[in-house]
Write a protein that binds this ligand. Structure first.
Ligand code: ZN
Length: 380
């Protein structure tokens, strides 16, 4: 039987032995997550520019956000913290091994969503003196929404586990059975780790602009209006021409469940005034600048069609049925829709029979339409 410290060292690597404050809760979480083996790597790094890295989350049943790492002259700023504290422990271990041993000085929460903010307590423990920064709105939403939403998600996840169990029992091949077993195990690990979770709130908030001046570069935190949520901030580096954009702008289709479809395109056009060439988003791979216009145009076109349907007095089911991908000019050249569907197919786990890109696009457009329909009722 290994001592706790021994376990921690072998699970997370020797660099951790020097960490001063690692409390029992994180250790328990790490142990629960790891079961009896070491924690696997969860991220692949893409260099966006000198000293700027996108950590692309590998597929997991309960998904993780990406992180973006800005290497300052003496320390690090990291954007976003994934769906669980142990993912942050793994991220920092990977950063130490593959990028830099500089300490974490700033953590930015791009918005309040669970897959971007549940790891904040781990950063607080790993880097007790780091500043955790978000918008004022995001701080309030993390405080109010995290625990009730997490509790509700446990019911959904447990129901999913029943489904995975049934699918494993009736699987047609060993490969398929292994897929469903893995999904059930990862979901179970997640619920166990998050059972007694308490959120960590940012200790610095920004209303519009905050610029951190460093010898290596400037880092410009900015809020420019509602979009994916009511409080998304981005980090823009003018010297490296990279923007870390959270879920406001990323490699998947937009998620509009908490979104503001009438405001979102305008907010993106405000950010387009920054001179960046590359976008390191909250999910999916690194993108070039053109992505900002593709995403803004898609949301705008879809919202116009939903508004028209609502004005004509059509119910949600009818609007959902009528707005199909072939009706959308922004998906017509195949570019935005297809690359997005392909990045979803690459970055999620699928059973052996993967869906076709067309199916992913059609399903996602339908979900987007439903969310826009509901959002227009909430925020007319
Ligand atoms: Zn989000």
């Amino acid at each position: 039987m290994q001592s706790r410290r021994g376990f921690f060292k072998s699970a997370l690597g020797g660099v951790w032995t020097g960490a001063a404050v690692i409390d029992q809760a994180l250790l328990r979480a790490v142990r629960a997550r790891a079961q009896s083996t070491t924690l696997p790597d969860l991220f692949d790094f893409t260099k966006a520019a000198d000293g700027v890295y996108l950590a692309v989350a590998r597929p997991q049943t309960v998904l993780n956000s990406n992180a973006v790492i800005f290497e300052n002259s003496r320390d690090l700023l990291i954007m976003d913290s994934h769906s669980k504290p142990s993912a942050v422990a793994v991220l920092v271990r990977q950063i130490r091994r593959q990028i830099s041993e500089k300490p974490v000085r700033y953590v930015v929460a791009s918005h309040f969503h669970w897959d971007h903010s549940h790891g904040l307590p781990a950063f607080r423990r790993i880097a007790p003196h780091a500043d955790i920064v978000s918008s004022q709105v995001t701080r309030k939403l993390i405080d109010q929404e995290t625990v009730p939403r997490l509790k509700a998600s446990f019911d959904t996840l447990r129901a999913s586990m029943d489904g995975y169990r049934k699918n494993a029992a009736s699987a047609g091949s060993p490969g398929e059975k292994a897929h469903w077993d893995r999904m059930r195990r990862e979901t179970d690990d997640y619920i166990r780790e998050m059972q007694n979770f308490a959120p960590e709130l940012p200790n610095v908030t920004v209303d519009r602009d905050l610029i951190l001046h460093d010898k290596a570069h400037d880092l410009h935190l900015a809020f420019r209006g509602r979009g994916h949520t009511s409080g998304d901030v981005i980090v823009y580096c003018p010297q490296k021409k990279v923007v870390a954009s959270g879920d406001l702008l990323h490699g998947f289709f937009p998620f509009l469940g908490d979104g503001y479809p009438l405001d979102w395109p305008t907010t993106l056009h405000h950010f387009a005034q920054f001179e960046f060439t590359h976008i390191a988003g909250g999910h999916g791979p690194l993108h070039e600048r053109s992505r900002i216009y593709q995403m803004a145009n898609y949301i705008e076109e879809l919202t116009e069609l939903v508004v028209r349907g609502k004005r004509a007095g059509k119910p949600q089911v009818q609007v959902e049925a009528e707005i199909t991908p072939d009706k959308l000019k922004t998906l017509a050249d195949g570019g935005y829709g297809r690359t997005t569907a392909e990045s979803i197919l690459k970055l999620r786990q699928w059973p052996p029979a993967k869906p076709a890109a067309e199916t992913v696009i059609a399903d996602t457009v339908k979900i987007n339409v439903g969310h826009i329909f509901a959002a227009l009722d909430k925020n007319p």
